[in-house]
Structures are given as structure tokens and as C-alpha cells.
Design a protein around this ligand. Structure first.
Ligand SMILES: C[S@@+](CC[C@H](N)C(=O)[O-])C[C@H]1O[C@@H](n2cnc3c(N)ncnc32)[C@H](O)[C@@H]1O
Length: 271
């Protein structure tokens, strides 16, 4: 992106997770500061691009499962990121054309591209809300959300590669509890989260340090910390584990190594 023609509301001097992720996925919607931050992380964790692609592939598999087998027709996707191949509504409405999707992100650059997220099938509906996950009540009260989703019917809450940007001082568990508290029985929670569990202590220390220098607040969480987000929910098979191993479509020997992706996931049903 050309830093001289910056859309209003966007600060091209500060790295942002959505633009950095876009760079790792091979996109062009990023500034020099995002690329520098991305390269800093990649110097400590060279397979971060693979991790981003595997995370995205997991998301596509899960939405396919939810819209199909699980019969979920509504999605609240918080931390949407820049539109990329296989957005949630494209997958869900490819299975159920009447599916409804609300996208939420706090990076104004996503709003610039939100038109691509609003290409709903005529029988379904999509909406985009610019809001911060750390203020979940505001998201839940949003008029566009209320117009798009029927909160008396099951909703899939998607927090895919997003909660690791919520540091402990912002009450990450309380945020998820508040969001789930507004959703009825039969709703689902889908989450992926970066972890240091598969790394050696040296690799872990290098990753934490690189993330600290990269200018984006970030919190790796271990399996137990991650599993706490699912307390009181019915975690679906295969349980809490690597995104690489969640209902893969290829034989295990063709899948990447879990340590090269270093991303935990789980999908759970609200009882
Ligand atoms: C790594 S991207 C993941 C995109 C997409 N969910 C995926 O998995 O392909 C994380 C997204 O979360 C958004 N994000 C980070 N912190 C956020 C916050 N506090 N509120 C809303 N969105 C946030 C970023 O702007 C970014 O677009």
C-alpha cells in the first residue's frame, strides 16, 4: 500500500495485526511498518506464514462443518481480518444461502475493504461493524448486529487468531463469557490461539522477545490457559489441540508439523 495515500483513520506508522497477517498470507494491503513487524516475528518463528495459512484452512473447515453438519445459520466473526480467499460468508452461504454473518474488527483498514465482506447471497445477510473486542457489550448492543442476527437462535462465535491480541489486563476470559452469555443453547465457540507449547524453551523465549519488539501486544497461551476459555462448554472431538490436527482433509503424513504452526484450536457447543 502507498503510505502517501492513506485512507482516513489509518495510522501507517504503527503496525497492526490485520495488515501484518495480510503480509504473511501474501497480500498487498500492508505498510512498511507492518512488513517490518512481520519480519521481526518471522526472524524468531520462520514458519509464521505457514501458520497463517493453516489457521485460515482450519477456519474454512470449521465453517463448512458448522453450516453443514451442525446446521448453524448465524456467525459472529470477531477479528475478521482483511478479506481473503474463503471469507466466512462465502463458505457458509455456499452451503446454506440463507446464512447470516456479522463481521467485527477494530482496524479501520478492514472497513476500507468491507465491501468484499458484504457480498451476501440475496437470501442471507452480512454486516460489518467496526468495534473493539475488548468492549463486548458494545458489540452485542450494536444495531446492525441486532438487525442481522437473531440472538434467540444458535450463533457460532468465531474468535479465530484474535484472542492472543487480548492481553491479561483486558480480562480475556470475561470477554468470552460476556459474548457467550448473550447466545442461546446450541451456539458454538470457535477459537484458535497462538501457543508456545510446541516450542523449545529457547524458541519460546526468542518468540516472546520478538513479539515484544514487534509493536503489537501479543500473549502466547498454553493449553491449560486456552482450555479455560471453554469451561462449561461441550468441546467437540477431537478436543483441544493443534489446528493441524482438527479434522484434517489430508492424510496425517501430509500435514505440517504442529510446532511449525504452533496454534491451538477448539470448537465447542453451548449446552
Ligand atoms: C490474525 S488476524 C485473523 C483474521 C481471521 N480471523 C483469520 O483467522 O483468518 C486478527 C484480527 O483480529 C483483529 N483484532 C485484534 N485485536 C482486536 C480487537 N481488540 N478488537 C477487534 N479486532 C481485533 C485484527 O485487526 C485482525 O484483523
Amino acid at each position: 500500500m502507498d503510505a502517501e495515500r492513506v485512507p482516513p483513520g489509518i495510522d501507517p506508522t504503527k503496525a497492526h495485526p490485520s495488515r501484518r497477517y495480510n503480509y504473511w498470507l501474501g497480500g498487498k494491503d500492508n505498510f512498511a511498518v507492518d512488513r517490518e513487524s512481520a519480519e521481526m516475528v518471522a526472524s524468531a518463528f520462520p514458519t509464521v506464514g505457514l501458520a497463517a495459512r493453516e489457521n485460515r484452512a482450519f477456519m474454512r473447515r470449521v465453517v463448512g462443518y458448522l453450516a453443514g453438519e451442525a446446521g448453524i445459520g448465524q456467525f459472529l466473526d470477531i477479528g475478521t481480518g482483511l478479506p481473503s480467499a474463503g471469507n466466512v460468508h462465502e463458505i457458509a452461504q455456499g452451503i446454506d444461502p440463507s446464512a447470516r454473518i456479522v463481521y467485527v474488527d477494530n482496524d479501520p483498514i478492514v472497513l476500507v475493504h468491507a465491501r468484499a465482506l458484504l457480498t451476501s447471497e440475496p437470501r442471507g445477510r452480512t454486516a460489518y461493524i467496526e468495534a473493539d473486542l475488548r468492549d463486548p457489550e458494545k458489540i452485542l448492543a450494536d444495531a446492525d448486529l441486532r438487525r442481522t442476527l437473531d440472538l434467540s437462535r444458535p450463533v457460532a462465535l468465531m474468535l479465530v487468531a484474535t484472542m492472543h491480541f487480548v492481553t491479561d489486563d483486558h480480562d480475556p476470559y470475561g470477554i468470552v463469557r460476556t459474548l457467550l452469555g448473550a447466545l442461546p443453547s446450541g451456539s458454538h465457540l470457535v477459537m484458535t490461539h497462538a501457543t508456545g507449547d510446541y516450542l523449545t524453551p529457547e524458541e519460546y523465549a526468542v518468540s516472546v522477545e520478538a513479539n515484544e519488539r514487534s509493536g503489537v501486544p501479543f500473549r502466547l497461551r498454553g493449553r491449560e490457559e486456552f482450555a479455560r476459555f471453554f469451561d462449561g462448554l461441550e468441546v467437540l472431538p477431537p478436543g483441544v489441540g493443534s489446528v493441524v490436527e482438527w479434522r484434517p482433509e489430508e492424510p496425517a503424513e501430509d500435514r505440517p508439523a504442529v510446532e511449525d504452526v504452533s496454534m491451538l484450536c477448539a470448537v465447542a457447543r453451548v449446552p
